[in-house]
Design a protein around this ligand. Structure first.
Ligand SMILES: [Zn+2]
Length: 596
């Protein structure tokens, strides 16, 4: 992945990859006047407040405040970094990325490409074996019994790895695939014996093969299920972690389910691949499964990009319920609301659908209760009121979102017939932990954006909407000291710098440099119609307002210092003189007409 992309290449990509086309391939856009509109993919809503402005090539959501350019959209939607977004869009738009990258980066990139190509070829090979190899009879029988059709096998790229020792390794040789690459992919292992004949052996032997795909549907690994009941063999064997496969970040089936997940506004999470496939094929398409692990926090982050709510469909046995509890722990930091569908004893989604049909499964999902109810139920069996409150507070502590936390506090107070203040107190007791502090700092940062002083927001608005001759004149009078908000300050400073170096071409080309909050602020202001009234008068008003606020802050600062008890007389006199001077300066600036 390139670390540095020249501006003119970025510009070329931006122009070739039309923002409306790109965003429309993720969320269906509808024309609304000069803009396009959709339900926001970054927050839950019923009426569309997500806007795409084709002329400016920006987007902004008036619901959650997120915004940016086409790169930002991809970064947030796909949860990828900037270089990856650039590469993705460059590929899409057919813009070649031929510029200096380090040899190391080129090597990583080409290894990944080789691994993708290898997995693709191997998935096809396994699939062909499933269809045609005589020894795959056992797998075909198994699938038939499970009611999995050949179309499903094709769609999910299900395959078969025959018994034996090095079938895949020998096949790969005929395709000129190197042993080194196969080893890096974890598909073959080096034999202990330095015997030239059997130098390598296959990881997957005599197994039903599930292809694991990334969000774009590229095969990144395999999971092999045993088909006989040999007791000394693990039921599942999975690909090891490779540069393209990290199991904590892969959700099985997401590439196929993502559209349905967005439409349903919640995701169903099953335990195994077969459960996922059964649900999907029965019409419950908003379903995924973690890949050979419990759900991780990364899984939570991925799901949160699509939805706010997750329904866990885990077995009702002890192991299944423990897995559900662990999964909830992992999902809480992403502010996901978790419900639990309780399956009848001894059933999993796959067996339930086969016995009672998809309607039965759908009913369980619809009736799934919030996990928090289960949690409180379990506590109530063994503990007293205050102990439950303390344990619940400990749970609530893990939810970063303040609104969700308040909801949970209300539920506990209702169930325990305790005042909310008592629960809140428990909550604050358990709150003094580093994690919570970090989350609160985050909240504070977000709300800071909402509390940008209006005059400073107006300054930014004027700068963003100014025409070239006014713009340069306006830039020359602005002083950074006038601005208190850190986000606005860094934006204004960047704009002034671009003006000085004659590189200012409007805000759009530098949106991709900004963090999410700054980009959101800029797109919000860009989406507004151009400034009403005469620019010069507006600018003059804005400057006076900022100057006055600046002087008032200076005065307050001197006053504050004067209150110090140990202030030497000489120093105090100096400060008082400064206050007088500052007051005179302030009187010289008449208050603006439209006070903000
Ligand atoms: Zn939104």
């Amino acid at each position: 992945v390139p670390a540095f992309v020249p501006d003119h290449i970025l510009e070329q990509i931006r122009q070739s990859a039309d923002i409306v086309d790109v965003i429309h391939s993720y969320v269906p856009l509808k024309r609304a006047g000069a803009n396009f509109r959709a339900l926001c993919p970054f927050h839950k809503e019923k009426t569309p407040s997500f806007n795409v402005h084709p002329a400016r090539q920006i987007w902004h959501c008036f619901g959650c405040g997120a915004g940016g350019d086409v790169f930002k959209f991809l970064m947030m939607y796909e949860n990828i970094d900037f270089p990856t977004a650039v590469r993705r869009l460059a590929e899409r738009a057919g813009v070649p990325l031929e510029f200096e990258t380090s040899a190391e980066e080129r090597a990583t990139r080409s290894l990944k490409d080789e691994l993708f190509a290898l997995h693709e070829a191997v998935a096809s090979h396994f699939h062909a074996l499933l269809l045609r190899d005589p020894s795959a009879e056992i797998a075909r029988d198994y699938l038939k019994k499970r009611g999995i059709t050949s179309q499903t096998c094709k769609k999910f790229r299900i395959g078969f790895s025959p018994q034996g020792w090095d079938g895949l390794f020998q096949w790969a040789k005929t395709k000129n695939l190197s042993a080194e690459l196969l080893e890096k992919a974890g598909l073959v292992l080096k034999s202990d014996k330095p015997d030239a004949q059997n130098s390598h052996y296959d990881r997957f032997r005599g197994r039903l093969m599930f292809s694991i795909c990334d969000e774009q549907g590229r095969v990144v690994g395999f999971s092999g299920r045993i088909l006989t009941d040999e007791k000394d063999q693990p039921k599942y064997v999975n690909s090891p972690e490779t540069p393209i496969f990290q199991k904590s970040k892969v959700l099985f089936g997401l590439d196929k389910a993502k559209r349905a997940i967005l439409d349903a506004k919640f995701a169903v999470v099953c335990e195994g691949q077969l459960d996922m496939i059964s649900c999907f094929e029965s019409g419950i398409e908003n379903v995924v499964a973690p890949q050979g692990t419990a759900l991780t926090e990364q899984h939570g982050q991925i799901l949160k990009r699509y939805v706010d709510e997750v329904v866990l469909a885990f077995d009702s046995d002890e192991a299944g319920q423990n897995a559900a509890a662990r999964s909830v722990e992992a999902l809480l930091p992403s502010n996901l609301v978790v419900r639990v569908a309780v399956l009848p004893r001894g059933e999993d989604p796959d067996s339930l659908i086969r016995k009672e049909g998809a309607a039965a499964m759908r009913k369980l999902i619809d009736e799934a209760k919030p996990y928090f109810d289960f949690f409180l139920d379990r506590l109530s069996k063994e503990r007293g009121k205050m102990q439950i409150a303390a344990a619940a507070a400990e749970y609530i502590r893990k939810i970063p979102n303040a609104v969700l936390r308040a909801d949970h506090i209300r539920v506990v107070s209702e169930r325990l017939h305790l005042p909310e203040s008592a629960i809140a107190e428990e909550f604050h007791k358990s709150q003094r932990r580093p994690r919570m502090a970090a989350a609160d700092a985050n909240d504070a940062k977000k709300s800071a954006i909402l509390h940008v002083p209006p005059a400073e927001k107006f300054l930014l608005e004027l700068l963003l909407h100014a025409e070239p001759p006014q713009f340069s004149r306006f830039c020359r009078v602005i002083q950074l000291d006038w601005v208190t908000d850190e986000t606005v300050k860094s934006l204004v400073s960047r704009i002034l710098e671009l003006e000085t170096t004659k590189k200012w071409r409007g805000a759009e080309p530098f949106l991709h440099e900004l963090d999410n909050e700054a980009a959101a602020l800029v797109t919000e202001l860009l989406m507004k119609p151009t400034v009403k009234g005469e620019f010069a008068a507006q600018a003059d008003d804005c400057v006076r307002q900022l100057q006055r606020r600046f002087l008032q802050r200076q005065i307050e600062d001197r006053k504050h210092r004067l209150r110090r008890a140990d202030m030497p007389l000489e120093e105090a006199l100096k400060l008082q003189q400064q206050i007088l001077d500052l007051r005179r300066d302030l009187e010289d600036i008449s208050p603006p007409l439209n006070s903000r």
